[in-house]
Each structure stands twice: as C-alpha cells, then as structure tokens.
Design a protein around this ligand. Sequence first.
Ligand code: FES
Length: 286
Amino acid sequence: MAGKILIVDDEPVVIKSCERILSPEGYAVDTASNGREAIGKLGKNSFDLVITDIRMPDMDGIELLRWIRNSKPETGVVVITGYPSQESIKEALSLRILDYLPKPFSPALLVEVTQKAMECVKAGETAETPAEAYTEEAAKQLDSIIKKFRNRPGSLIPVLQEAQELIGYLPPSVQRHIARGLKLPVSEVHGVVSFYSFFTMKPKGKHNIRVCLGTACYVKGAEEIVKKLSERLSIDVGGITDDKKFSMETVRCLGACGLAPVVVVDKDTHGSINPVKVHELLTAYE
Ligand code: FES
C-alpha cells in the first residue's frame, strides 16, 4: 500500500474523483464531507495524508488543519483551494501544509502532488518546526539562486551550497523549495543533502564545534571532551545552545591525527585539547 489518505470535501463530486484517481495508484482512500467528520475518522484511525478543501460549511479546512497540528502533528496535509492567493492559504502555509491543489486540478496534478506529499510524510517532515531563518525575504533570495543555476547541468549541488550559506542549514522546507524550483523529486534533493557531510539539516550556532571521534582522537580521550562540552553548554551532540551561540557535532577524523585529540571551532583547528582546556576554548569564543 502506497499510504493511507483521507479526502475531505463538501462536494461529493470532488471526493469521488479523488478516490477514483488515487485508489488505482495504490493508496487506501477514505473520505469525509467536512472537518468534523474528518476529526472523527482521524481520532479512530491514523492517516499518512489528509487532502482537504479549505472552504467547507460547519468546520472548515483551516480549523481542521489546526486540530491536526495539535493532535496528529505527524499527519501530512495538502489543501484544495479555489483561491490560491486568499489569506487562508497564508494561514495554511503557516500551519505547515505540504502543498496545495488549485481548483480545478487535473488527475496528473493530483497524483504528482500526492506522491510528493507522501514522500515528505515518509521522510518525517510534517513535524518539522519552521526554520527561523527561512523568511519570506530568504525565500525570494533562494528563488534568485535557483534561477541563476536552473538550466545548468549539475545545478543541484551549487544551489544547495548557496542555500546553506543563505539560510545556515537545509531544513526539509528549503529542500522542497529547491526541488520544486529545479523540477527534481524531493527524494533526490534529500538524498544529496544526506549523502554529503558538508550539508546539514540542523541549524548551527554562531560557533559550530566539531569534536573528532576518529580512532587517534578517541584513544586520546575525545569522548571526555564531548562530555565536558555537553556539561558546559548544556547540549547534546547535534544540539544548539538556547542563545544560539554554540552548536556541537562529532566527526570522524579531521585529518590532523598528529594533534589528537582535535576540536574544530568554525574553521579553527585546536589540537591536544583536554577537558581542562575546554573552558579556555569556549571563553575565547564567548
Ligand atoms: S582521528 Fe581525529 S584527526 Fe584524525
């Protein structure tokens, strides 16, 4: 089964069409004619994706979306709307919908949007917290980056590099934006981001600390350094301090084994670090 979908619309013809198009694609499709009925079904069963109209009597799509974000945050949502520019679409976007379908839509568009949304659900992107640095202004700049590289071969990596420079990291929302702009499957963009270690999906602090846990550093006590940094900054590996000053990650061999144990802060390499020196090191960046 390709996934479980709940279609919510007060127009029976829309529900029937969606069901007729999506069932042969391998999806298990259920339907509801308004938000309230949808909540009843969501309370009893879990669905990967909800495709809902925005304008419906009784309980509309936005109210339903709010309920989903509170009660079933892992569920993906695509909204159907006749007015893509209306205020409610903005609200829907802020409630982290995965996509929207402008009415009337073709069967091909429904299948494409559903497939992409399902990929995002499976990649666990629906519970994503919105990226602070991914502002409207940043999104515009990202469009210019995409435009600059769009028709060049091998454009994905340079676009990702510039996007990471712009936003600081590559959260799923940015990956989706790039996938759309370059007309690539989200899975391809996600595959490249997770393959190369210089791309990151997590936000970094003003100063990013990388502690080497390669063999040479490990035998010289790198684990103790990680422990000390965790205590001092009150974060775990992969975390970022509340004031966003420091983030910490571990890496495998930084190519400076002669200096083991090694810690790199931003672009500065610090060798022969021990737990006592950790305090001095942090003070220098504070
Ligand atoms: S093992 Fe740490 S730099 Fe090589």
